[in-house]
Design a protein around this ligand. Sequence first.
Ligand SMILES: Cc1cc2nc3c(=O)[nH]c(=O)nc-3n(C[C@H](O)[C@H](O)[C@H](O)COP(=O)(O)O)c2cc1C
Length: 168
Amino acid sequence: MTTVPGPPPLDLAFRGAMRRLASGVAIVATSDGEGRPRGIAMTAFMSLSMEPPSLLLAVNRSASLCEPLVARGRFSVNIMAWEDAAACHAFVFAPADERFSAIGWERDEGGLPIIPSAVANILCHIDQAEPFGSHMIIRGVVEKVVLGESRAPLAYVDGRYGRISFDG
Ligand SMILES: Cc1cc2nc3c(=O)[nH]c(=O)nc-3n(C[C@H](O)[C@H](O)[C@H](O)COP(=O)(O)O)c2cc1C
């Protein structure tokens, strides 16, 4: 007797669908209670509103960034350039203490880590942080924006880094 495979379970199907979504990649950064920079690579960020300028993040509650981010209440979203894909990947797997040696960074007046080679830096304070399932949903109000050099932004789709090209 042959068994006909059924549809994949919902979580696998959902994961497969989201792999097909092309996203920009940012290093979201803050500093912890001892002033150490903390950051992870993220695709789960989006513009929320222009009045006031604001954005949303979804941070895994088990990620090293989550606790210091909520405690500090301020963060930077550094939208990364394609050339910096390797450095960006260090913010996925390298030990938290070693990540910032992979890329040039500096602090703003308030001590927040920012990455000058990013295509844009968006500095925010937290307006609301609410847990949902495995993640913390962060609503951030934009304080300051720095537009970097006009370079190809880093994209991520189907588990791979790349850059977007347009026909015509
Ligand atoms: C392309 C890419 C995008 C990611 N996006 C997110 C994200 O939006 N939110 C999140 O919590 N983790 C995201 N991660 C995972 C984090 O970068 C990180 O690996 C994870 O939080 C574990 O970090 P930790 O070792 O600092 O705890 C992403 C990973 C990759 C490769």
